[in-house]
Design a protein around this ligand. Structure first.
Ligand SMILES: Nc1ncnc2c1ncn2[C@@H]1O[C@H](COP(=O)(O)OP(=O)(O)OP(=O)(O)O)[C@@H](O)[C@H]1O
Ligand SMILES: [Mg+2]
Length: 267
């Protein structure tokens, strides 16, 4: 993908929505969930999408993630019009480039944590040994190395979300989409999840697009897209994100120091 900066110093968008409409038809009733969205997401950005319930955030996210087709308008993924791709090509590109984290975790109930994380790699044809090795490493990185063989019902909500995060990273995607990633978590676990997302952005350079109701969660993003009634009402830069991330990092370091001290005392 060409990523030369344009005249404004910005790279080519990794995802572009051009006048995207989504109209659901329910019998005689038409529900205009999205009404002409224009949005560019640039490589390495951290963007939050905010808006009231029913405003079209998840529908917009499904478009950004190429999970659904617009009623009207165009979606470009790395400059490619996705309507020109076959369903299987699109699934392949999406599986490689985009990782999804959902509010309700969406883990496969019959599979263990390890198998859930291995699954997206299966669709990309990764060899079994490599899948298993990578899935173990990812689960280890979200502190679940001791829960590999647990099924989702045998894990807490925060643990399930961490499995979902590990799964979203399994194909090393450049873009991570997170729809209310902290919506079902308590505040402390929510902050841990934000710490992970913030690390993917700052340290691994991933592009993150996150839907949230919560201004306390959105404040970590560099840009905030506000949606109301299926329309973008504003896109605001968020200069405070650096300070919020530093605060989160300090909290994280302190908690790690605490864990280390506790461990050494136990020895
Ligand atoms: N599959 C569907 N069929 C018909 N209408 C739908 C469908 N999905 C969503 N809608 C409608 O589209 C609108 C936008 O829904 P969407 O799920 O995008 O909202 P949201 O902003 O994510 O809300 P929430 O914050 O509650 O998750 C709503 O009015 C909803 O009822
Ligand atoms: Mg939603």
């Amino acid at each position: 993908m060409p990523q030369e900066p344009d005249s404004n110093g910005r790279k080519e968008p990794v995802i572009r929505l051009e006048d995207v409409w989504k109209i659901y038809v329910m019998g005689d009733v038409e529900v205009p969930a999205l009404q002409g969205l224009n949005l560019d997401i640039f490589p390495g950005e951290f963007v939050a999408i905010m808006g009231p319930s029913g405003s079209g955030k998840s529908t917009a996210m499904n478009m950004v993630g190429c999970l659904d087709v617009p009623t009207r308008g165009r979606i470009l993924l790395a400059g490619q019009d996705i309507s020109k791709l076959t369903e299987s090509d699109l699934a392949q590109i999406r599986g490689k480039r985009i990782g999804f984290i959902f509010q309700t975790f969406n883990l496969m109930p019959g599979l263990t944590a390890l198998e859930n994380v291995m699954l997206p790699m299966t669709f990309q044809g990764v060899h079994k040994d490599l899948r298993e090795k990578k899935a173990k490493e990812l689960l280890d990185s979200v502190d679940l190395g001791q829960r590999l063989n647990h099924k989702p019902t045998e894990l807490s909500g925060g643990q399930q979300q961490r499995v979902a995060i590990a799964r979203s990273l399994s194909n090393d995607p450049e873009v991570i989409l997170a729809d209310e990633p902290t919506g079902n978590l308590d505040q402390k676990t929510g902050r841990e999840v934000m710490q992970m997302l913030s690390d993917f952005h700052c340290k691994a350079g991933k592009t993150i697009i996150m839907v949230t109701h919560d201004a306390n969660v959105a404040k970590f993003a560099e840009r905030i897209v506000n949606i109301k009634d299926g329309k973008i009402t504003s896109i605001d830069d968020n200069p405070g994100h650096e300070a919020c991330k530093r605060e989160l990092q300090a909290e994280h370091d302190e908690s790690n120091d605490h864990k280390k001290t506790k461990k050494s005392k136990e020895k």
